[in-house]
Design a protein around this ligand. Structure first.
Ligand SMILES: C[S@@+](CC[C@H](N)C(=O)[O-])C[C@H]1O[C@@H](n2cnc3c(N)ncnc32)[C@H](O)[C@@H]1O
Length: 288
């Protein structure tokens, strides 16, 4: 759908490990230019070094430590020209998930941190749990992850004074199996995952950032420019779908995805994380 061409100006709003950026650069170099953003300073430095080693110098690839919520100012700072292509691949990267010190996954023991930008001074998930009362925490679990046992899970997190990934998993697992005799292992696992997702979204204020990105996108795309957004849960996908539909109705987008595109079986087989991915695209109209 993005169909990158030689000379295109591309914005990768979520550079991550640079897999998408590398593939896009191979199409647009040497005359094109890709700006890659990420909130994660550590991974940004590693990915930038890898892309330099792969032969992409600063005339074709630049990286920025920035949030995609600030897309217009990033483009202005980088010279002002609008992008032909924008790619947004939401959520966490494989490297972030696999690093126990970041606390994104309960498989490895680590602090319950969950910040994308650890240098920002923002509050960690453990500090958030400590600060919020049970009702507010339960409302957050419901709003960010549709957690059906939100009130009980919130109480478990508070009572357990949870500060590590393992403690979170253990508190939610033992609490739910104690409260519901027939609850399955799979249902408990889902609640643990939803709890971590809801906390991560809150800690990084992810839905506000996505709303700001969606508002700014039409201004940042060149006439005929294309955007593709990969989401990983319904709260994100709903926002993208609504914003694209509204932009289509008002004429800002000339066409949009009718349905979300899902991963094929072979893609899910190769990478289980692709199973929940939904891709939507939009094309900026020629006018405006
Ligand atoms: C799923 S990964 C992207 C993977 C990437 N497409 C690749 O090919 O490796 C999502 C990335 O977006 C970053 N991120 C999350 N929220 C962000 C934001 N508001 N602004 C910029 N980057 C963000 C995360 O730190 C993470 O590195």
């Amino acid at each position: 759908m993005l169909a990158p061409r030689a000379g295109d100006h591309v914005l990768d709003a979520t550079l991550g490990g640079g897999g998408h950026a590398h593939a896009l650069l191979a199409h647009i170099a040497p005359r094109g230019r890709l700006i890659g953003l990420d909130l994660d300073r550590r991974e940004l430095a590693r990915t930038s070094a890898r892309l330099r080693e792969a032969g992409f110098e600063s005339d074709v690839f630049v990286s920025r430590h920035a949030s995609f919520a600030d897309l217009p100012s990033v483009l202005t700072d980088a010279g002002g020209s609008r992008a032909d292509l924008v790619l947004v691949d939401l959520g966490v990267s494989a490297m972030q998930l696999d690093d126990p010190s970041r606390g994104f996954h309960y498989k490895g023991v680590g602090p319950l941190d969950l910040r994308m930008d650890q240098g920002s001074g923002a509050e960690t998930a453990a500090a958030l749990i400590d600060r919020l009362d049970v009702d507010t925490l339960a409302a957050l679990l419901e709003a960010n992850a549709d957690e059906p046992h939100a009130v009980l899970v919130a109480r478990l997190l508070k009572d357990g004074r949870v500060t590590t990934t393992h403690a979170l998993e253990r508190s939610v697992r033992t609490g739910l199996t104690g409260a519901y005799a027939g609850i399955t292992k799979a249902a408990v696992k889902l609640s643990v995952r939803r709890t971590m997702q809801a906390l991560r979204i809150a800690v990084n204020d992810e839905l506000t950032a996505l709303d700001r990105l969606l508002d700014a996108l039409p201004l940042c795309l060149a006439p005929g420019g294309r955007v593709a957004i990969l989401t990983f849960h319904s709260g994100e996908d709903r926002r993208v779908k609504k914003a694209f539909q509204a932009g289509h109705r008002s004429g800002l987008y000339s066409s949009i995805a009718r349905e979300a595109i899902r991963a094929q079986k072979d893609e899910t087989f190769a990478d289980r994380r692709a199973a929940s991915a939904k891709l939507r695209w939009a094309v900026r109209s020629q006018r405006g």
